[in-house]
Design a protein around this ligand. Sequence first.
Ligand code: ZN
Length: 181
Amino acid sequence: MTIQEKYMKEAIRQAKKAYKLGEVPIGCVIVFEDKIIARGYNRRNTDKNTLAHAEITAINRASKKIGDWRLEGCTLYVTLEPCQMCSGAIVQARIPEVVMGSMNPKAGCAGSILNILEMPEFNHQVTVTRGVLEKECTTMLTTFFKELRIRNKLLKTENTTMSADTSGSAQNDVQNAPVQS
Ligand SMILES: [Zn+2]
């Protein structure tokens, strides 16, 4: 196992915490001097907070640990290609290196829709590695969305006579599923 795979495994462990909460399974760890200094996983629906993405949580914690908003010398590992907000935060935090698992063609901003991490126009560019333990990361997501679709279908059948308000729940995430199964 490579070093990158070793830390991606830790990010996957974080993603599984999200999965247990019924959240889209996305996990992140930040490594400094060959040690994990911060972890995070997606809690958007649980916390009802747009900012509760795995990467933002991990960046917050890493900054507290290091005592600086600049995360120089850190490597961020994330199971899914970061969105526009997280990619922006990565650049703002001056993180020099990002390692990712799956790509996210529908929302990713580290190579899919945009590539915020590697724009020469910004004052900071990130060294990016893609596709580390990609299969494991992707399977985790496709399984989640498959189960979510089944759950939603069951709910729909149960609620045919009632008007269930499902707004704000993970059910909305089906529309934004990053990976087609
Ligand atoms: Zn994000």
